[in-house]
Design a protein. Structure first.
Ligand code: 5AD
Ligand code: SF4
Length: 483
């Protein structure tokens, strides 16, 4: 008699309490192993992956696509042709979650028309207990739920979902291991993402990420360096180093002292035109990092430095571990080492209890820094985080009004930031035709400025010189400088 399969092993829901615990243990590094029995299970079938949220998710989706292609699935943009649809979700704010629930509702008829369709949800939302409960109760057409720590197990989950026709739910709440050599289908042939670390131990009081992405763990420098070398050899022109807080890179190493500054310094030696990184936390941006960035070479003159608020009492309530004064000092230090550096930021308005005066401190800080750009957000309570329990007496109207005033200031500064490139010749890594005109090419400078200019499509993928003829708030316009 055939042995009865135990499907309950694929029914494991997340717990925010377990996700919060930070155990002292060594991080295991394992290699992705393709399972022979599953080779070809996607032959003749199609997949469609939809990504929400940050670059980390974009990069995870490249692994999901790579794994599905290894199983034989081919990509499709047409949801109706797909045999498996996966939504890689974001939990950072409530509206990001609402979009996913809306999308799941919209996709339901596809499932009615094609009962064999596998509909999967992964990413940060699936690490939340309340979301998984809701999916299980109200979204019964979702077949597969997995989390951020177990993407490498996708072949097994797809296999189980196919043969069992039951819902497969497998979310690991504890910190994950590091899995090297996952297959990847990179979305871009000249710009690549490279993870340098996973997780976050900062626990900013408003943020869900330390719960959904687990404990901080760094990849070994040799693995990061090899990956950047491989991308360079494959013709990539730009690499973005990814981590929730890249400044904490290496702090978890037990056998060596090696920090983010050391990594930047080693990567500075590699023959690839451009390297940038995201995201940096201001409190541990150290001297070595600044000195290394000042060497320039392949290190781009661009730093994303989230400030969140310009008021010390709010920064304390956010558990940000720096002050307005130390942040401004860091900006001065960066600018004295790299005078033309472009600085962007993230700002939250309407944090619980934020007064008008406290908000005005954020306005004055933004004015003093003169950011090249900023992502601005209205505070969104996230279940399980400390800030969600804080008294919040700021009205919705006030929050919207603050966002509006802040955006007006940020846009004016972005315009000033762009004006400084007027009549200058800048290097542009060309990505492709601009949104509105095929005869106009689009790309980014070393300062991460978007440039549009007339050129032939032959320049796509190359770094070319462009003279800036017009600076606008959202982009620069220029003309190709021929050699
Ligand atoms: N509400 C609003 N914005 C948030 N962010 C993180 N958590 C929240 C929240 N609960 C913002 C921060 C962070 C960016 C990625 O998202 O500004 O830097
Ligand atoms: Fe969230 Fe703070 Fe970690 Fe960034 S550093 S992911 S804002 S907890």
């Amino acid at each position: 008699m055939a042995e009865e399969k135990d499907y309950s092993k694929y029914f494991n829901k997340p717990s925010l309490k377990d996700a919060k615990s930070r155990k002292r243990r060594e991080v295991n590094i394992e290699d992705f192993a393709a399972v022979k029995e599953m080779a070809g299970i996607g032959q003749g079938k199609h997949y469609h992956v939809k990504t929400y949220g940050c670059q980390m998710n974009e990069h995870d989706s490249e692994a999901i696509a790579g794994i599905l292609e290894q199983l034989g699935y081919a990509t499709t943009d047409d949801e109706k042709l797909a045999d498996i649809i996966i939504l890689n979700t974001c939990a950072i704010r409530e509206n990001a979650e609402n979009r996913v629930f809306g999308e799941l509702g919209r996709l339901k008829p596809l499932k009615v028309n094609n009962p064999d369709l596998i509909l999967g949800v992964c990413g940060c939302m699936s690490q939340e207990e309340s979301v998984v409960e809701k999916l299980l109760k109200k979204y019964q057409h979702v077949d597969l739920i997995f989390g951020t720590h177990n993407i490498h197990r996708l072949p097994e989950y797809v296999h189980e979902a196919l043969i069992s026709k039951e819902r497969v739910v497998e979310v690991w709440s504890g910190e994950g291991d590091i899995v090297e050599n996952m297959p990847r289908r990179r979305a871009n042939a000249v710009k690549g993402w490279v993870n340098i670390m996973y997780g976050c131990d900062e626990f900013c009081t408003y943020c869900i990420v330390p719960y959904t992405r687990g404990k901080e763990r760094s990849r070994l420098p040799e693995d990061v360096i090899n990956e950047v070398r491989e991308l360079a050899a494959a013709g990539y022109k730009e690499v973005t180093l990814l981590g929730q807080n890249v400044n904490a890179y290496g702090k978890d190493f037990q056998d060596r002292t090696y920090t983010f500054g050391n990594l930047l310094d080693d990567l500075n030696e590699i023959d690839i035109p451009r390297i940038r990184f995201t995201t940096s936390h201001p409190h541990d941006f150290d001297e070595l990092m600044i000195a290394t960035l000042a060497k320039r070479g392949n290190l781009m003159e661009y730093v994303h430095l989230p400030v969140q608020s310009g008021n010390n009492a709010i920064l304390k309530k956010m558990n940000r571990r720096y002050t307005r004064e130390s942040y401004l000092q860091l900006v001065r230090d960066l600018r004295s080492a790299i005078p033309d550096v472009a600085i962007t930021t993230d700002i939250i308005v309407g944090f619980p209890g934020e007064t008008e005066e406290q908000f005005l401190d954020t306005m004055s800080l933004a004015e003093e820094v003169g950011y090249d750009g900023a992502y601005t957000f209205i505070y969104s309570p996230r279940e399980g985080t400390p800030a969600a329990k804080m008294a919040d007496d700021v009205t919705d109207l006030e929050k919207k009004d603050r966002l509006y005033r802040l955006n007006a200031l940020i846009n004016a500064d972005a315009n000033t930031g762009n004006m400084r490139f007027q009549d200058q010749v800048v290097e542009v890594l060309v990505e492709g035709p601009s949104k509105n005109d095929d005869a106009v090419m689009s790309g980014y400078t070393r300062h991460q400025k978007l440039v549009n200019f007339k050129a032939d499509a032959a320049v796509i993928g190359q770094i070319v010189d462009v003279r800036i003829t017009e600076a606008k708030t959202w982009h620069l316009y220029g003309e190709l400088v021929s050699d």
